[in-house]
Structures are given as structure tokens and as C-alpha cells.
Design a protein around this ligand. Sequence first.
Ligand SMILES: C[S@@+](CC[C@H](N)C(=O)[O-])C[C@H]1O[C@@H](n2cnc3c(N)ncnc32)[C@H](O)[C@@H]1O
Length: 283
Amino acid sequence: MNYRHAFHAGNHADVLKHAVLARVVEYLALKDKPFAALDAHAGIGAYDLQSVEAGKTGEWQTGIGLMAEPFDPAVEAMLAAYRKAVAAMNPSGALRYYPGSPELILQGMRGGDRLIANELHPSDAATLEENYRSDRRLEVTTLDALQAVKSQLPLREKRGLVLIDPPYEERDEAEKVVQMLAQGQRRFAGGIFIIWYPVTTEAFVDRLLDGIHATGIGNILKAELRVKNTHEASGLSGSGLLILNPPFVLEDELRALLPALAIRLGVAGLGRQDVSWLTPKKG
Ligand SMILES: C[S@@+](CC[C@H](N)C(=O)[O-])C[C@H]1O[C@@H](n2cnc3c(N)ncnc32)[C@H](O)[C@@H]1O
């Protein structure tokens, strides 16, 4: 396990993932009944954009670093929860700290909601625990994500969210993600699942999407943002989200958000996006 999210926090992939995550949590919090979230690959929860790690890649500068200028009102409405979370970490107004997924989820939760933040890396799990020691809504677990999905689902609240956000550093990670979704959906069929994936090569994306498709699970919405052309040497040219059981408002919101992000975050006008149903929409 070499991956450390501190090198990548706030990049274009985080902007997409975290904007959607914050909006889905906001949506879950609209109803009085409590909900829970399982963040299966949680990271450490908060990142310093002036750290040595962030400075080495400078990735945040082409992600959250380009987001200051407001978009049109429809896009801003969708981004509101995300913007609020980033602002809450930077009370002076200058961008320095960036929220990870546990922070974003906690910021959208009420007192009776619950987050299980799972992180396999021992020192990241310890940092996460330390960062949120005083927050009783949070439980940190240190399982392999597949085990976490198997052991924590279904969430007892019956309403909730599962985030699957692996580093994809293992060769069989796409297959593991397919397995996690299949196992998770079997146990928690009504849950909202958000899977993040990198766009590195077309072959990788096809393999992952074909695998998800082959599970036969319906109602999966895809939102993919590419910031440059994809070829073997392009590195992370984009990323995507697969959202199982998305809130009904989300499709239209993504159809407004993604084109705006493609223009804003695209390199030299090469931004592209796609919002479509990977598997048939329910209802
Ligand atoms: C992309 S980062 C997560 C970022 C975080 N979800 C966020 O948005 O702020 C992936 C995390 O998964 C952890 N990880 C790697 N393999 C894992 C596994 N098998 N089970 C659980 N966590 C794992 C890594 O240590 C890393 O912190």
C-alpha cells in the first residue's frame, strides 16, 4: 500500500467526487429519519494543501485551486454543500485546508446520524482517529474494504450511503470493486453507493464498466469528467463516479455540473464529460 491521498487531495478527481458526495449527504439529511454512511476507503479526513506531499505534485492547483470563481446559479446550488465544507475548514477565507470524504460526510450529518470510516493503512487510520476523536458520530475501523462492506452492511438505519474509493494500485482492483458492489448491493439493496474510478487508459475504464455491467445491477448512473486526452502516458486524465440508486434530483444536477467542470478544469480546452445511465434507470 503505497498510495497516500495527501499527494492528490483537492485535484480534479477530488472536486468531482467530493462535490457529488457532499450533495448526496445533503440530500440524505433532508428527511427527519437518521441515516448512516460507510466510507470504505476513508483516508485521513483533512489535508493541508501547504504540506510537503501536496507541494510535490501541486495537483490541487488544477482542481480546487481553479474553483474560486462562481459558476452560474444552478451549478452553484449543486455545489453549495461542497463549498460550505471547504469554507468551514478555511475560516480566514484563504484556501489552505481541504476536506476529505469523512470530513465532508460529517459536515452534512446531524447529531443522530452515523459514519463508519474504514481505512486499512495503519498510520492513516491513526491520523483519522486522532482528527475526529471528539466526534461521537464517527467510528473508525481498519478492515480491508471488502470485509468492511461485508460486515457493516446493511446499515441498521436502513437509509444511507456507501463510498467505495480505492487507490487502484493493485492489478485486480477493478475486479475487487465489482465484488464490493455486488456484495454490498446484495446486503443493502436500497442504499446509495458511490464508486470512484480513475480514467487512466480506455482499457481500464472498459474493464471496470464491463464488470459492473455484468453484475446485472440496475439503476447505476455514470458521471465521468476528463480534463485531457486519454492515452497510455497521460496519467490521470480524468475520473468517474458510478452512483447506484442516485437521489432523483441528481441526474439533472450532474447534467448541469459536469459541463461546467469540463470547461473550468479541462486543460487547454480538452475537458469532456459524460453523464449517462450505465445500467437502466429504475422507475
Ligand atoms: C483515494 S484514497 C481515499 C480518499 C478519501 N475517500 C477521500 O475522498 O478523502 C484511498 C484510501 O484507501 C486506503 N486503502 C487502500 N487499500 C485499502 C483496502 N484494501 N481497504 C481499505 N482501505 C484501503 C488507502 O490507504 C487510502 O487512504
